[in-house]
Write a protein of this length. Sequence first.
Length: 47
Amino acid sequence: MIPGGYVNGFKALEPNSSLLVFSDVTTEESTKDDYRFKSDFWKLELD
């Protein structure tokens, strides 16, 4: 579980990958906790 006040993200690294996300709240409830950042906000090197 990711505590309140923290962010997380995910990215498929292989072509034709599938990502599964599990949550303890409904999709409707999750919209109240939806924050977006520009893709280069943290300038991470993923390779």
